[in-house]
Design a binder for this molecule. Structure first.
Ligand code: SF4
Ligand code: SF4
Length: 130
C-alpha cells in the first residue's frame, strides 16, 4: 500500500478507518472493530503526554463521568464497569480527573513515568467535611 504524506491529501478528504461494515463498527468495542491502515487506533497518538491519569478502583462508583467527558475516548468501560485508561491515546488533559466526583478522586494525574504501584501507594485519604 502507498501511504500519502499529510500535504498530499485533497482539502476536505475523508479517511474511512474500517475495512468493512462501516458505521456498524462503532457499535463494537474498539479492540473488536475491523480497522484498516487509515486509522489512529493502532498507532499511538499520545507521545506528547507529560502527565497521565491513574485509576484507583477502590472508591470508583462507575458513574461514567470520566468516560462521558474524555475528549479522546480513552476511558475504558467494559461490562458496565470503568476498567482503566487507554494510554495509547490518552493525551493527559486531566478532564477525567476534574469531573470525577468521589472523595478522594478515583482518577488522579501523575508524572507519565510514575509506576501505577507508586501512584496507588501515594493516593490521598478521604477529606473530612468541615
Ligand atoms: S487525561 Fe484527558 S485524554 Fe486522558 S483519559 Fe483523561 S480526559 Fe481522556
Ligand atoms: S468519574 Fe470517577 S467515579 Fe466516575 S467512573 Fe470515572 S473514575 Fe469512577
Amino acid at each position: 500500500m502507498n501511504y500519502k504524506g499529510w500535504n498530499e491529501f485533497e482539502i476536505g478528504s475523508l479517511l474511512f478507518p474500517f475495512e468493512k461494515e462501516g458505521e456498524k463498527n462503532v457499535e463494537k468495542h474498539a479492540e473488536e472493530r475491523d480497522y484498516n491502515s487509515d486509522n489512529s487506533y493502532t498507532a499511538s497518538t499520545a507521545h506528547w503526554r507529560v502527565e497521565k491519569p491513574v485509576y484507583n478502583p477502590e472508591g470508583c462508583i462507575h458513574c461514567y463521568f470520566c468516560w462521558l467527558y474524555c475528549p479522546d475516548s480513552s476511558i475504558l468501560v467494559r461490562s458496565e464497569k470503568m476498567t482503566g485508561v487507554d494510554y495509547v491515546h490518552c493525551k493527559g488533559c486531566g478532564v477525567c480527573v476534574s469531573v470525577c466526583p468521589t472523595n478522594p478522586k478515583s482518577l488522579l494525574m501523575f508524572n507519565d513515568h510514575e509506576s501505577e504501584e507508586a501512584a496507588l501507594a501515594s493516593w490521598p485519604k478521604k477529606e473530612e467535611k468541615k
